[in-house]
Design a protein around this ligand. Sequence first.
Ligand SMILES: *[C@@H]1O[C@H](CO)[C@@H](O)[C@H](O)[C@H]1NC(C)=O
Ligand SMILES: *[C@@H]1O[C@H](CO)[C@@H](O)[C@H](O)[C@H]1NC(C)=O
Ligand SMILES: *[C@@H]1O[C@H](CO)[C@@H](O)[C@H](O)[C@H]1NC(C)=O
Ligand SMILES: *[C@@H]1O[C@H](CO)[C@@H](O)[C@H](O)[C@H]1NC(C)=O
Ligand SMILES: *[C@@H]1O[C@H](CO)[C@@H](O)[C@H](O)[C@H]1NC(C)=O
Ligand SMILES: *[C@@H]1O[C@H](CO)[C@@H](O)[C@H](O)[C@H]1NC(C)=O
Length: 457
Amino acid sequence: MGAAALALAVGCGLAAGQGPGDGISKSTYASSEPLKGERFLVDFFPASKETNECPGNVCNCSWHGEAFEVYEGRTALDASGFGLHLVDTEKSTAGGLPVKKVEDHFAEKLAGAKGYDAFYDYATGLCLESSSFDLVLHKLERAAHDYLPYAFDDSAGRTWYGALVRVPASQMVVDMLTDTSPKLHAVAANLTVLENRLPPRQAVRCKEAFQKNASHTVAYVSRAASDLDAVHAWYDAMNATLSYHSHHTAPEVVTKCFRWYGAEADVCFRRRPGGTRPSQRGANATRGAFKVADFERMLLSVHGAVVGGDPNCNMDAWADNHYAVDATHDYDFVHAWLRANPSQPYVCQGSAVHYVFDPTGWAVQLNVNFTEPGPSCDARSDDGWTCYRGTCKGTVAADDTPSRSRGAGSLTLLDMPAWTANPNRRFQLLLGLGLCASAGAVGWFRLKGKRHYRAVP
Ligand SMILES: *[C@@H]1O[C@H](CO)[C@@H](O)[C@H](O)[C@H]1NC(C)=O
Ligand SMILES: *[C@@H]1O[C@H](CO)[C@@H](O)[C@H](O)[C@H]1NC(C)=O
Ligand SMILES: *[C@@H]1O[C@H](CO)[C@@H](O)[C@H](O)[C@H]1NC(C)=O
Ligand SMILES: *[C@@H]1O[C@H](CO)[C@@H](O)[C@H](O)[C@H]1NC(C)=O
Ligand SMILES: *[C@@H]1O[C@H](CO)[C@@H](O)[C@H](O)[C@H]1NC(C)=O
Ligand SMILES: *[C@@H]1O[C@H](CO)[C@@H](O)[C@H](O)[C@H]1NC(C)=O
């Protein structure tokens, strides 16, 4: 498939409907053992391997004549297609810690699931219908895999149950939530009690999903945060809406959740107790010397060192720690913020801004519309970005694009999102492709008049 046809197929297909997860479409993590995590997710959760995975989970890549491999463990939740992705690349972590080192911190902090640790706040919140929830717990127990069960009251005072699980050898935490669990109800008196985990709108969405017998829905992606004011200001600048704000005591935690324009699921941030100095915020709520603020500083340092110089072909390994926002709305407000804050690192893909970094240092992948090219995005790296080693090498010609091979039979050579696995989405894709074909000469990235620059995920 030619590059233009490919871009046409991907662009038009995505334009036909919202991405998976209703705006928030996936949680991705840099990983040293992506296969191990994939196997765990497929074995224990209602999840399957992504249909467009490279053969043997190894993608053959090239970038400026150099061949290299990317190892992946990419799964999609059945029904919704929400992606839970792990990727092992050779990208740089200059100025910070290697991926394995941070995974070791997660392992140490969450070992044995003995109690709540602030690093559980780096989670994907998944509402599971009662029987699926209890089934996952049964399977985990049979395999002697630790999890932290808990209870909480939602904003309306109704009791919910939850269980936190770390995916082996990774930074990935899945927070399972349900309104009824015979299994946890039986031990309710002994459960850890946590703050409300669900913004009111998400509690409603979850209940609706349960009533429709949908086995699950993604309610939120969350992060620990040492500075909620900075987070709030950033999401304001990104035109996201504050959807939930709570100050809970015992355990002490302040939560702020935001909803991106066009999204249904929320992005939540939690600050837990610590000293008064910024570096000590949240410090008391996690085991070991590596604190939430240390993690943030490390991530921001790497982004500054690797991506800071040129947004066009650099990508650091820590940009793989991201959630994605899929929306058909115009997101030009992102450009306005980048122009007003020229020292902030970001990553372009082609003419569009593709990664930005919030104050926690975690990345946000934008699969959205723009009416204009991103600032300084010069279209050098238009294709196959997931394969980038991540380092700009001198001057790169405009048409000099890297290649990525996913093997025969896959729909595209790019990282198509999981929703192609969903029959409903597949229909939308086919419909989209049909509309595109009949639009014929449109050539969507060469549109005259109002141009829409859209990043592919
Ligand atoms: C709660 O914990 C106590 C002490 O460990 C134990 O004796 C009791 O059986 C537990 N109750 C339930 C319902 O699990
Ligand atoms: C949901 O599933 C249960 C059992 O599988 C069934 O009894 C019930 O009728 C279903 N409800 C709906 C609304 O489909
Ligand atoms: C910001 O988001 C709101 C919806 O929350 C939307 O109505 C508005 O148009 C957006 N503003 C811009 C500049 O995109
Ligand atoms: C955090 O721990 C330090 C040292 O153990 C203690 O002095 C401080 O009061 C604690 N802060 C909070 C908010 O619990
Ligand atoms: C987003 O872009 C697609 C084509 O790329 C277009 O069909 C759609 O109308 C755009 N959405 C908005 C809100 O402009
Ligand atoms: C990737 O390269 C390996 C070794 O050269 C080869 O066995 C494999 O088939 C290649 N995969 C694809 C998808 O081309």
